[in-house]
Design a protein around this ligand. Structure first.
Ligand code: ADP
Ligand code: 3PG
Ligand code: MG
Length: 412
């Protein structure tokens, strides 16, 4: 079998003793007090860092954190540098800028085998503007031999640190980027069948491309969350006060046409599987118990906040027979325990299906799974570090942060 990753990686090039400018995505969730509430993205970057340390590289890491306006130290990467330092048991020196003479001198003085971190890239508007002059200034400060892209979660953005920088320094993929790409594209293009997709979350409009691609690739698609409220509404059911997306009738009709063209009109409801019952409450609040109703019995005062027991039964049976599962989007309002039951039971069904290849993508879905799974995701084959990036890749889009790296033509 040929190579599954189309770009050069850090394993393809002799990096011994080189200076590496490494793009990570350390955009981690923070608590109100500024502590890291989940460090998946930091832990996932360790294999690449350890590999580069084995090669005795000087590593200069860059990342963004949040969406700051100008230089707002609430968004400093200090908390990330400290955490990384603990995980690696070695110093990680945070510099107070990402460009300029002071950064240059600090990098120049640092010995091989050391790790430095530039301050939040988004303290500069030039970062999101994909500004070439800014990228050149970063390289002028760092003088890297190679740029390494390992921030899979930001690879769907064409920013200075993911795109323009590759015009200044030759770009290689890190091990996380390679693993994310290969795992997700293999599951989409070359799955062990049956491939069952689980789609939930908030909006149909965010996920149209993904749904259309899954119609082509998957054997069955299970739909839940606020997404299924929109489907039910478009299919003529009263969804009461539920969160749903108005104006989606045409899109949903097109989705059903595509599905019918693939499996035949008479099989559509077995292929695109909607809930048969839902858990409702008068409002989104942890004070209301779960009450379950069939989908044709939703009252005007109800909000459908989770899939119901019969639906859970139906979904988990289907998942027990799956060989590959791709899951994007919680199946209910999973922030409240009472309405996280559908997502939890589906997670359990996947975990109990030994031998299944299971891939979880989507920011809120991964958050849920990591909490459910005791923060390590060990019951799943792959919990993607990407939100928008994993969805874009599943939808078959090209990611600028990957496209801009050196091609691997001729490499085995
Ligand atoms: P992801 O980030 O995994 O792609 P989304 O952002 O699409 O997922 O959706 C997550 C959001 O959808 C969560 O805030 C969740 O509470 C909300 N949601 C899911 N189901 C419902 C529902 N039935 N009613 C209201 N909100 C819902
Ligand atoms: C993410 O969390 O999805 C990435 O870090 C990208 O962040 P952004 O949506 O602010 O560009
Ligand atoms: Mg989300």
């Amino acid at each position: 079998m040929g190579r599954k990753f189309p770009k050069q990686t850090i394993r393809d090039v002799d990096l011994r003793g080189k200076t590496i400018l490494l793009r990570a995505d350390y955009n981690v969730p923070l608590t109100k007090r500024g502590q890291i509430s989940d460090d998946l993205r930091i832990r996932a970057s360790l294999p690449t860092l350890r590999y580069l340390l084995e090669q005795n590289c000087k590593i200069v890491i860059m990342s963004h954190l949040g969406r700051p306006k100008d230089k707002d130290l609430k968004f400093s990467l200090k908390v990330v540098a400290d955490h990384l330092s603990k995980l690696l048991s070695r110093p990680v020196e945070l510099l107070d800028d990402c460009v300029g003479e002071a950064v240059h001198q600090a990098v120049r003085r640092a010995p091989r085998g050391s790790i430095l971190m530039l301050e939040n890239l988004r303290f500069y508007d030039e970062e999101e503007a994909d500004d070439l002059t800014f990228a050149k200034s970063i390289q002028r400060a760092v003088r890297a031999d190679y740029f390494v892209q390992d921030g899979f979660a930001v690879a769907h953005r064409a920013h200075a640190s993911t795109h323009a920088i590759t015009l200044c320094v030759p770009g290689l993929a890190g091990l996380l980027l390679e693993k994310e790409y290969v795992t997700i594209t293999e599951a989409m293009n070359n799955p062990k069948r049956p491939l069952v997709a689980v789609i939930g979350g908030a909006k149909v409009s965010d996920k149209i491309l993904l749904i259309k691609r899954l119609i082509k690739k998957a054997d069955r698609i299970l739909i839940g969350g606020a997404m299924s409220n929109t489907f039910l509404h478009c299919r003529g059911f009263n969804v009461g006060k539920s969160v749903f997306e108005p104006g989606m009738e045409k899109v949903v009709a097109e989705i059903y046409d595509l599905a019918a063209a693939k499996v035949g009109a008479e099989n559509v409801d077995d292929f695109l599987v909607l809930p048969i019952d839902v858990a409702v409450a008068p409002e989104i609040s942890k004070d209301f118990p779960r009450q379950e109703v069939n989908i044709d019995k939703i009252r005007n005062s109800d909000m459908a906040l989770d899939i119901g027991s019969q639906t859970i039964e139906k979904f988990t049976k289907i998942l027990a027979g799956a060989k590959t599962v791709i899951w994007n989007g919680p199946l209910g309002y999973a922030e409240i325990d009472n309405f996280a039951i559908g997502s939890a039971r589906v997670a359990l069904a996947i975990a109990q299906n030994k031998g299944v290849v299971s891939i979880v993508g989507g920011g809120d879905t991964a958050d849920f799974i990591l909490k459910w799974d005791g923060h390590d995701g060990a019951n799943f084959t792959h919990v993607s570090t990407g939100g928008g990036a994993s969805m874009a890749l599943m939808a078959g889009k090209k990611l600028p942060g990957i496209e801009s790296l050196l091609d691997a033509y001729g490499l085995r």
